[in-house]
Design a protein around this ligand. Structure first.
Ligand code: CA
Length: 237
């Protein structure tokens, strides 16, 4: 991964172990560097030492509450523009206005959908650090535009189904990194997917046929016994 931009750092402050673990697992699977605190006061100490790229903050916390922590962060120069997603339990929704008034950027009600939260994280990071998560991925003559959902190779439009699109996007984000079939199922299909791992092979096959014509180089590598990766030498030869 030499030369690659470092992954965004995300701090989770959540005192419910099951939710904390769910967030850590899913954010790490997306390639983020993840830290986790269970208490508001511990989080405040950590935030005084270094500022992450994004904060996921539970509302009700031991030590210092999420809302109070958010207010304090907004009062400090170093954390004034830190992107914050606030989590809250159902029934606390009436407090939403207060959450946004102390400066949270976004707001998610528990129980939340993991893919939706991941999408909010990406959107907020993209807004805050546009250079970190580019709207457009390009390797060699292959381009993928996340905003318009268009894929082009050597100037021609390529029509992909939604699964092939997400698969290509996921692989292109981390060229050279090898993903197992089960990692791809978790990340591209979603954790709840109870799908045979051979399904991944079927979709990779479809993706290859769609993006590679004639004698063009195949950008996707099959790594025997391991899985698939986007060839980091693609377009550089
Ligand atoms: Ca809580």
């Amino acid at each position: 991964m030499s030369g690659a931009m470092s992954a965004p750092r995300i701090l989770i402050v959540e005192d419910e172990p099951a939710i904390g673990q769910l967030l850590v697992y899913n954010l790490e699977a997306e390639g983020y560097l993840v830290e986790h605190e269970e208490r508001g006061d511990d989080a405040q100490i950590r935030l005084a030492e270094s500022t992450p790229d994004l904060l996921i903050l539970d509302w009700m916390l031991p030590g210092v509450s999420g809302i109070e922590l958010c207010r304090r962060l907004r009062a400090r120069e170093e954390t004034r523009s830190l992107p914050v997603i606030m989590l809250t339990a159902r029934g606390e929704e009436s407090e939403r206005v207060r959450g946004l008034s102390v400066g949270a950027d976004d707001y998610v009600v528990k129980p939340f959908s993991v893919p939706e939260l991941m999408a909010r994280v990406r959107a907020l990071l993209r807004r805050a650090r546009p250079e970190r998560i580019a709207g457009r991925l390009q390797h060699g003559d292959l381009e993928l535009d996340r905003e318009t959902r268009r894929v082009r190779r050597a100037g021609r439009d390529i029509h992909l189904g939604p699964t092939e699109f997400r698969l290509l996007e996921y692989l292109m984000e981390k060229p050279g990194r090898v993903f197992s079939r089960s990692q791809l199922l978790d990340s591209v299909w979603g954790m709840a997917a109870e799908i045979d791992e051979r399904t991944v092979d079927v979709h990779v096959g479809r993706l290859r046929r769609a993006i590679t014509r004639g004698r063009e180089q195949d950008p996707i590598r099959t790594v025997r016994g391991s899985g698939y990766s986007f060839d980091e030498t693609f377009g550089k030869a």
